[in-house]
Ligand binder design. Structure first.
Ligand code: NAP
Ligand code: COA
Length: 265
């Protein structure tokens, strides 16, 4: 159940990259249940079609497109297909990401590049190719970032670098596109329960419990809470909000300590 009224996005159109699972699928589903026509995109044809079918089964209007976010032209074609189906975007979310935990000296060129290409260049691709299709004025652009953007987590050099770039894009485009009536914000989810991201960063119960104890609210966030944040940022209630990094978890030291302990075992 959403906090917001069920027709909040009636008549609106949304595109969400990296939405075959996890946080981004929750966001896309929440948009659809609020009345938006939603296109979701990620690599695996089976996963993205199943995700879109799930949204439709819940009463939403959605299509899925299989496309690697690293392919600039391919992303352009996917966005065009979405526009042909549902019209120009009121909401554009760049959420595709990749992560693994490894010391910098063990991250190969391909490994570093894979994460930067998915997270940062992928965001460039979605926003650069998506700009022509944004409803102006009025569109809301959301980049899904991470605390790694502003906290230098060890064993996350590739993600730290990529997400810092994503948030700098958010701030830059908020200025460049503000005059056109397009708002650009980042969502920084913090540790979210039952996600692939946390399965990779806190794979055992002990690490997860230690992490949760360091969070001011004493628990992981939920995918529902992030989906409602995305809904808020896309609603008229957020019409003067741009260039923000929403939901910054402030306990910067905790992760460094926990990841360092994990890697030194
Ligand atoms: P997830 O379920 O693994 O979601 C990642 C999505 O990206 C999947 O749909 C995946 O689908 C897609 N993807 C990966 N590589 C892709 C590529 N090259 N091209 C297109 N799509 C691609 O992970 P999650 O934990 O929910 O994370 C979602 C977002 O939240 C990410 O941006 C992540 O950085 C951010 N975040 C998560 C947490 C957390 O606690 N989980 C915390 C902070 C930030 P395919 O594999 O089918 O391509
Ligand atoms: N430690 C060190 N290097 C790793 C690694 C790990 N745990 N996992 C992958 N790599 C390296 C690979 O060895 C490869 O480098 P190499 O060619 O020098 O051997 C490079 O990363 C690319 O791996 P590959 O599997 O070919 O890349 P991909 O493009 O298919 O996948 C990843 C991208 C690596 C990010 C993969 O984990 C992925 O698809 N993730 C999406 C889901 C996800 O991460 N969700 C959480 C989001 S926060």
């Amino acid at each position: 159940m959403s906090t917001f009224r069920s027709d909040l996005l009636k008549g609106k159109t949304a595109f969400v990259s990296g939405a075959s699972s996890g946080i981004n699928l929750h966001i896309a589903t929440r948009f659809a249940l609020a009345g938006a026509r939603v296109t979701i995109m990620s690599r695996s044809p089976e996963k993205i079609e199943a995700a879109a079918a799930g949204i439709r089964a819940g009463g939403g209007d959605a299509i899925g497109i299989a496309q690697d976010v690293r392919d600039h032209e391919g992303v352009g074609a996917a966005l065009q297909k979405a526009v042909d189906e549902f019209g120009a975007f009121d909401i554009l979310v760049s959420g595709a990401a990749g992560n693994f935990v490894a010391p910098f000296n063990k991250i190969s060129y391909n490994g570093f590049r894979a994460v930067v290409d998915i997270d940062l260049i992928g965001t460039y691709n979605v926003l650069r190719q998506g700009f022509a299709h944004l409803r102006r004025p009025g569109a809301s652009v959301i980049n899904i970032s991470a605390g790694q953007s502003f906290t230098p987590y060890p064993y996350q050099a590739h993600v730290n670098a990529a997400k810092a770039g994503v948030d700098m894009l958010t701030r830059t485009l908020a200025i460049e596109w503000g005059g056109l009536g397009v708002r650009v914000n980042s969502i920084v989810p913090g540790p979210i329960a039952d996600t692939e991201g946390m399965a990779r960063l806190a794979p055992d119960a002990e690490t997860a419990a230690k992490t949760a104890r360091r969070i001011p609210l004493g628990r992981f966030g939920t995918k529902d809470e992030i989906a409602d944040l995305a809904l808020f940022l896309s609603s008229p209630a957020a019409s003067f909000i741009t260039g923000t990094l929403a939901v910054r978890w402030s306990d910067q030291g905790a992760w460094i300590e926990i990841l360092a302990m994990k890697m030194s075992r």
